[in-house]
Design a protein around this ligand. Sequence first.
Ligand code: HEM
Length: 432
Amino acid sequence: MLFSGTTAILSLLLCLFMLVWNCKAKASIPGSIFCMGIGALLSYGRFLWTGIGNASNYYNEKYGDMVRVWIGGKETLILSRSSAVHHVLKRGKYATRFGNKHGLQCLGMNDGVIFNCNVTLWKKLRSYFAKALTGPVLQKAVAACTDSTTLYLNKLPEMTNHHGQVDVLMLLRLITVDVSNRLFLNVPMDEKEVVSKIQQYFDTWQALLLKPDIFFMFKWMYQRHEAAAQELPKAIDNLLEKKRKALLEAEKLDDYIDFTSELIFAQSHGELSADNVKQCVLEMLIAAPDTMSVTLFYMLMLIAQHPEVERKLLEEIDTVIGENEIQNRDLQNLKVLENFINESLRFHPVVEFSMRRAIEDDVIEGYTVRKGTNIILNMGWMHKGDFFLKPNEFSLDNFHKTVSNNFVHNKYYPGSYKSNFPFPSPLLFVLF
Ligand code: HEM
């Protein structure tokens, strides 16, 4: 009798536990069917065929803001719900990225920061980036941007073809590489050569990121990409050689020790390897030319298409700066400009998604997420949602109001973090 009483209580508790558990973790996230692997192959095929951004948009439109698909046989979630995106970005459980391991190895990215797969190393390397992107460098950034832009605008006649046209994107790429060099490396460099190698490196990255493992079983298939990926690291080796020489010859060190010098000192203290130093410098140099330059290009296009926005920007610049040289302290008063930057990044984002991998089991919005699950944060899609006044239109009204802290704590919102102009807001957001 006693036994059956205890059994009954235990059974009741077990039922209650199961009930609570089921409420906490919902059965499954909507998405394409598995169907003996055929569905998984089809979703992977869509990613390879149309690209990650287009495929993510397709699935978010079809199944909603939390979708489950497969990439390379791995379960992959595509998230465009702001609270789910916020959950992933704010938790240490999703610090690593995903991509084909061999592909990332060809690029050296597996041991870097931007596409790291090794959390311990990432934490160590990241501290050098965080230091280099805050404090004194922010003070120097305004001057570096102004000097570099002036330099290249003076060279405009050399960059104009016989039809009177300028390759504006190339011009912006050269400026951004030059600014990065002034701030983080500081050695004489052939910017054109570096820009072309960076583009080659990105092309290889795109080609290898999601390739199936079978592609790396045959050397003849991937050796062309492998060779292309080596061009930029070789150029970085040469730049590092110059930097080491300059440091040895320097009579005294500047008050401000730049990013590359910090890395070289860390290597001489045995904290970093030569490969770590090379990969960090490479990633710092590639970070701007394919993000900042394209973003600036879109911004110029948007200004040309919206003369009323141009007028407002010019009026503000006239009032705040006038005929003076721009100073750091002016930046906080350029509110229309900040609004314009946020809206341009929302409307025409250069990076529409971010790729993460769960390093522990977790629950997102009531759904169980197992360790090893791939996550795509589809922020481009998220920023076209109803939260904005005119989601499908370029309008400064979309960032007109400051967002309340209440909202920010619960949801991820693009304009919610404090922007430390002139570094792009997304950059600061991802780093801190
Ligand atoms: C408009 C310009 C830029 C955009 C849109 C952009 C976007 C991004 C995105 C989407 C990521 C990956 C985020 C993630 O998965 O969490 C990233 C990472 C990163 N970016 Fe940028 N970026 C920009 C400019 C820059 C610049 C100028 C630098 C450096 C000078 C930079 C340095 C980095 C670094 C170091 C990381 C890795 C952060 C980490 O792992 O913690 N970015 N960026």
